[in-house]
Write a protein that binds this ligand. Structure first.
Ligand SMILES: Nc1ncnc2c1ncn2[C@@H]1O[C@H](COP(=O)(O)OP(=O)(O)OP(=O)(O)O)[C@@H](O)[C@H]1O
Length: 213
């Protein structure tokens, strides 16, 4: 389980969350909704350990973020735009990231690019990428090391119909694997429909409003 227990967070005296207590279960489409500025990205950052709660704790299975480790482990993350290098190709950007853990090969990365239809553009410089191409690269960097947790802010944004379907199929297969977590946001109702659990951010707190067993 991924849990927030008594989590509060403020920035410069402005409270974003107050005493949030929620639990995310594995093998579910966990959907986070809220209006612009309600705190969706802040919530994802708290779960990842990129932002620290003022009070309370975030736990992932048996470890506490910020105590047992600084950041969430074995997670693929898409929050805001990753810092891709403009003058490197898409592939070289992915290879730079892959150098850190050294658990994915160039060929395996290429297979992910093929899956999302990015293989023809993978040697093009990032600065020439379209919005959809940038989004595909963002998704590939999150999934390419086969993490068991995916934290995805707007994963369907800027994708065409075909790529959205590929993404949906990929995530459907992903959540069927043992102890795999998917937490995602979207501004589109289209992607809310296949949520198993909806967490709604409102008035500095988060309520679970749907749970399909
Ligand atoms: N590092 C920071 N310093 C100060 N304020 C911040 C910081 N990060 C986020 N905020 C504030 O927290 C609030 C929530 O921001 P957040 O980005 O989480 O919203 P969101 O729900 O993801 O919005 P959107 O739907 O527009 O993407 C906003 O008022 C934002 O200005």
């Amino acid at each position: 389980m991924i849990s927030l227990k008594g989590v509060s967070k403020s920035y410069k005296g402005i409270t974003i969350f107050e005493d949030v207590n929620i639990t995310f279960m594995p093998n579910k489409w966990n959907f986070i909704e809220g209006v612009n500025g309600s705190g969706k990205s802040v919530l994802l950052k708290l779960i990842c350990g990129f932002s620290k709660p003022d009070t309370g704790i975030v736990t992932v299975d048996d470890y506490v973020i910020g105590q047992d480790c600084d950041f969430i482990q074995n997670a693929g993350i898409c929050i805001n735009s990753p810092d891709f290098f403009n003058n490197l190709s898409g592939m070289d950007n992915l290879l730079e990231i892959a150098k850190i853990k050294k658990i994915v090969t160039k060929n395996e990365i290429y297979q992910f690019c093929k899956l999302f239809g990015l293989e023809e553009d993978i040697n093009k410089k990032y600065k020439y990428y379209s919005l959809g191409m940038k989004q595909k690269l963002r998704i590939i960097q999150a999934i390419m090391e086969s993490p068991n947790i995916l934290i995805l802010d707007e994963p369907f944004d800027a994708l065409d119909k075909q790529a959205k379907q590929i993404m949906q199929n990929y995530l459907n297969d992903f959540i069927k694997k043992e102890n795999h977590y998917l937490i995602y946001t979207s501004h589109s109702n289209e992607h809310k429909e296949f949520a198993d659990v909806i967490y709604s951010i409102d008035a500095k707190t988060i309520k679970q409003i749907k749970n399909v067993e």
